[in-house]
Design a protein around this ligand. Sequence first.
Ligand code: ITT
Length: 197
Amino acid sequence: MKKLIIGTRNPKKREELVKLLEGLPLDIRSIEDYPGLPEVEEDGKTFRENAVKKAATIARLAGELVMGEDSGLEVDALNGVPGVRSARYAGEKATYEENNRKRLKAMEGTPLERRTARFCCTLALANPEGLLFVVEGQCEGFVSQEPKGEHGFGYDPVFYLPDYGKTFAELGPTVKNQISHRAQALKKFRERLKQFI
Ligand code: ITT
């Protein structure tokens, strides 16, 4: 079976991706199975640039097929911030809690109808020779007034989905994996992948 390395060091993202790749005839590997690989610096201006860089760099160094993933939250009232800087919004080593606190503070006094936001996910597939394809997925919602729920990670406790009346962190993994930005991107990824396996 062909190997596919999931090119993320975020264990929560990896868990979701592994679940969403279930059933494909692939030997799924983690980047942690290749201890010599360096950290890929995320200096792109777009999710696409970062996802492509992660996939292509790791594929070249590991000599395998690699999925690169870059994702984040775009908040309209903050002109799309934190976007590609989602993991580092409140500082280079910021915790999820610090990022969420900074976000809620920045939006204090903003009414719900102006708290629109979307989660974005870009997935790139590369082999050692270079990039094969890129796909994207988005999930629209609102930034809630306060964090709620225990599931998931990152901005899940502040991402509110009006159709469900709950945040991603309240909804839990089964529903999140049906509707999330990552799920949308993975649907397209599965289609495109067929050509290569
Ligand atoms: P890798 O670069 O190793 O993949 P990372 O966590 O640094 O790990 P990103 O640069 O893509 O990954 O940052 C994504 C950040 O966006 C992540 O740390 C969360 O803060 C946020 N994020 C992305 N997807 C999310 C999701 O499904 N739920 C909650 N927060 C999410």
